[in-house]
Design a protein around this ligand. Structure first.
Ligand SMILES: Nc1nc2c(ncn2[C@@H]2O[C@H](COP(=O)(O)OP(=O)(O)O)[C@@H](O)[C@H]2O)c(=O)[nH]1
Ligand SMILES: [Mg+2]
Length: 352
């Protein structure tokens, strides 16, 4: 999964990037800072402790800071959503709007920043839709067939929604239409917001802090963090982090919150595989059938799928072993249509 940090200059994107990715130095590519984060999953750690595998693999999320503004851009407070940006973020699965709320003089207006960023994203999509529809109308005039009717219909619907200052994502069936895939509309993807608060706000209940800023905006999952402090904590040796979090009043690391919100917004779940070689978490869309989930592990396993042996993680832990789970009837053989659940421990049987 790939997620882009988007925000006005000086909102705290680089600070948040550091808080999420820790001390890993970001790689730079085409104006983007790239990093990966391990998806925290206590289940993987627990299984790894039991099996002592050669390898333990967590799911990962790629995080990019989409644009590193130049000095003169910062002064002009120019938006980060230029043409270069639009190209760079095409492969992203979701956007995280970073808004500034840490000014001590109370000069923050994170609500206005969220609104402004959403408007810009809507405008970027609107311009794309209008350009394509105009070009199509011209082709019609010249007697050419133009785009397929399905595609024009989808674009017409996008035009209506965007003209109404709404995001394409707000109409899920439209956002999912295959005719729109190549357009890579910004607002067809989940958008979340992170309110970058000052230290004083850290220990306060999140809902209260957000309400003070008239947040969240409807349909935009929003959470608060203090990117700078969390970055400092992340740079500490692991055994010291807990103590500093408690001292500052950080209830939950921003990485954990972000992962939960992203999985929720994107409809993702994790299943687990175990063994002496590797314990691992795999990320799939909620509702994925077993045969397709097998494809996440290896294309050959999907092709040669026979059955999935499944034990729910909680049953496995409660009973203590595969043998005990079998005895208690918690070990199931499932076919290719079985919908894999979050926390399923799965062994695939397959033919090569
Ligand atoms: N006090 C305070 N300063 C912050 C916080 N987050 C970022 N900053 C500062 O704001 C400035 C801009 O942050 P940066 O992460 O570079 O923003 P970017 O331009 O969006 O990448 C830097 O000087 C940061 O140290 C925060 O939570 N509290
Ligand atoms: Mg930056």
């Amino acid at each position: 999964m790939k997620v882009a940090l988007v925000g006005l200059p000086q909102s705290g994107k680089t600070s948040l990037f550091a808080a999420l990715t820790g001390t890993e130095p970001g790689r730079e590519k085409g104006g983007m800072r790239l990093g990966t984060v391990k998806v925290p999953d206590a289940r993987v750690d627990k299984l790894s402790g039991m099996y002592q595998p050669k390898k333990t693999t967590h799911a990962v999320i790629e995080v990019v800071e989409a644009h590193t503004p130049h000095k003169d851009e910062r002064k002009a407070n120019k938006s980060a959503l230029d043409a270069g940006f639009l190209n760079l973020v095409k492969p992203m699965d979701a956007f995280l709007l970073v808004v500034r709320a840490f000014d001590e003089e109370g000069l923050n207006d994170p609500r206005a920043d969220v609104d402004a960023l959403l408007s810009e994203m809507i405008l970027a999509d609107l311009m794309l839709v209008e350009t394509r529809l105009e070009r199509d109308a011209l082709e019609h005039k010249k007697g050419k067939p133009g785009m397929p009717g399905e595609e024009r219909d989808a674009l017409d619907r996008c035009l209506k929604i965007l003209d109404n200052s709404q995001r394409i994502y707000e109409d899920p069936s439209l956002a999912a239409r295959p005719e729109l895939r190549t357009y890579a509309f910004l607002t067809a993807r989940p958008i979340l917001a992170v309110v970058n608060v000052g230290e004083d706000d850290i220990p306060k209940p999140a809902a209260e802090v957000l309400a003070r800023f008239r947040l969240p905006v409807a349909g935009v999952p929003t959470f608060a963090c203090c990117a700078k402090s969390e970055g400092e904590i992340q740079a500490m040796p692991e055994e010291e982090r807990k103590e500093f979090r408690e001292m500052l009043g950080v209830r939950e690391p921003v990485l954990d919150i972000m992962v939960r919100e992203l999985y929720q917004a994107l409809g993702l779940v994790s299943f687990l595989t175990t063994g002496e070689d590797e314990c691992r978490a795999w990320t799939i869309r909620r509702g994925t059938p077993a045969s397709r989930a097998a494809g996440a592990v290896h294309a050959d396993i999907e092709k040669g799928f026979i059955r999935a042996e499944v034990i729910a993680y909680d049953d496995f832990i409660a009973l203590g072993s595969e043998a005990a789970a079998k005895k208690a009837g918690k070990y199931r053989l499932e076919g290719r249509e079985y919908v894999v659940q979050d926390g399923d421990i799965v062994h695939f049987r397959f033919n090569v």
